[in-house]
Design a protein around this ligand. Structure first.
Ligand code: ATP
Ligand code: MG
Length: 382
């Protein structure tokens, strides 16, 4: 905060208006920590870049990242958004010289306050009042604001999760009316906001409201999971949350832009949880540690397998081998013992060795494995 205030003074010396704005003012008034400090100024992006060490990060929307006293600040020129199209993009922005226009494009009253370098709060939208009443209220007409950018509806739930506030009645009714518009927002933006929602203490309250408003039905592949999580009061964040949702959905929904690795993990978790029968070493061996910790946690709630989280992870750690390369014998040595050209027989034999080791009938020691191979030589020579 100290450096941010010093930066405001620098802007003032240069003859510009500058304020700390948005979430950082909200968090400051709530005496909670802000991770990022946003600054709004009357200086244009070119002017900001001329005077400060900076890099343009969202120049189209007037945002420049300023490096000041070893800290980074997102500095955005006061602006007025032109009309929005497709519920997510303005046709363009116009820079302006006053906060009166700048505040009108912000989402909620509690995010619409400005702090000057002497700690005066400039509040043109009743943000302080709503902060005291612990209310999330759209600035202006909520229907219009959600039609402009439908992601704002999810931002309301994010604020519920983070602050334990209520959504003001008209704003909430408007979300119910406009919920379908969330379909027009990109998967990346929705995913980011949902990840934020589930990372805070009051995520269940937020998810419950998402069920009540019906907006959860428009989140591809997540709605069965969200309903289950809410009905059973389950606190899950990050990949545990998404894994539970995709399991309840029986598959990963293609809508989400996941990396191949993430997709594979979720698929493996679903496959594991759908396994019929007992858990044994052979089953565990087919999965990675990352898969196991998710399965073990979800199983606490799902009770698919009769084993607790701790014991399942312990069982995985105790596997005598965890992957092919853990075998205490090289392919070359196996081939030498059998004495024929490598072929499909090699993987068959290795599978046999692996099974013996996993079921505790053979030690993973080269000498023991050699002895076993010699006994099986007849089968593979032919
Ligand atoms: P966080 O605690 O996650 O930083 P935040 O409210 O500060 O929450 P930011 O993404 O940092 O969120 O945005 C900073 C400010 O920009 C907000 O407080 C709000 O005033 C405005 N803002 C952000 N996203 C939108 C949006 N989609 N529509 C309108 N205003 C927005
Ligand atoms: Mg912020």
């Amino acid at each position: 905060m100290k450096n941010a205030l010093l930066l405001l003074k620098e802007f003032e010396k240069l003859g510009y208006l500058a304020y700390i704005v948005g979430g950082s003012v909200r968090d400051y008034l709530l005496k909670s920590e802000s991770f990022d400090i946003d600054i709004a100024t009357s200086a244009t992006p070119d002017e900001v870049m001329k005077h400060f060490k900076s890099s343009p990060i969202g120049i189209k929307y007037g945002t420049v990242l300023v490096f000041f006293n070893d800290e980074e600040f997102e500095v955005t020129t006061f602006r007025k958004d032109l009309e929005y199209f497709d519920n997510r993009h303005p046709y363009g922005v116009l820079f302006s010289k006053t906060i009166k226009e700048d505040v009108a494009r912000r989402d909620f009253t509690i995010n619409g306050m400005y702090l000057d370098n002497e700690f005066n709060v400039v509040d043109l939208v009743g943000g302080k009042d709503d902060l005291e009443k612990r209310l999330i209220r759209s600035i202006g007409n909520p229907d219009e604001r959600f039609r402009e950018d439908a992601l704002r509806m999810l931002r309301a739930f994010y604020l519920v999760s983070k602050l334990d506030f209520e959504i003001e009645e008209e704003t909430l009714k408007s979300i119910i009316r406009n919920k379908e518009l969330i379909k027009n927002v990109s998967a990346e933006r929705i995913y980011r906001e949902i990840s934020k929602i589930i990372s805070y203490d009051n995520s269940l309250k937020a998810l419950d409201l998402m069920v009540q408003t019906g907006i959860y039905l428009y989140l591809p592949g997540l709605h069965q999971g969200i309903k289950y999580i809410v009905d059973n009061h389950i606190l899950l964040s990050g990949e545990y949350f998404f894994a539970m949702c995709f399991y309840k959905n029986s598959k990963v929904d293609k809508f989400w832009k996941l990396s191949n690795k993430e997709k594979l993990t979720y698929q493996k978790v679903i496959e594991f949880l759908n396994h019929k029968g007992e858990i044994d070493n052979n089953l565990l061996y087919q999965y990675d540690y990352e898969d196991i910790i998710i399965v073990a946690k979800l199983n606490n709630y799902l009770n698919v397998f009769d084993i607790n989280e701790y014991d399942m992870i312990k069982m995985y750690h105790k596997l005598p081998i965890k992957r092919d390369s853990d075998l205490d014998i090289s392919n070359k040595k196996i081939i030498n013992i059998i004495g024929i050209e490598p072929g499909p027989w090699l993987s068959d034999l290795k599978k046999e060795i692996t099974n013996m080791i996993l079921s505790g009938k053979l030690y993973n020691k080269e000498e023991d494995i050699k002895e076993f191979i010699l006994k099986r030589k007849d089968k593979y020579e032919k």
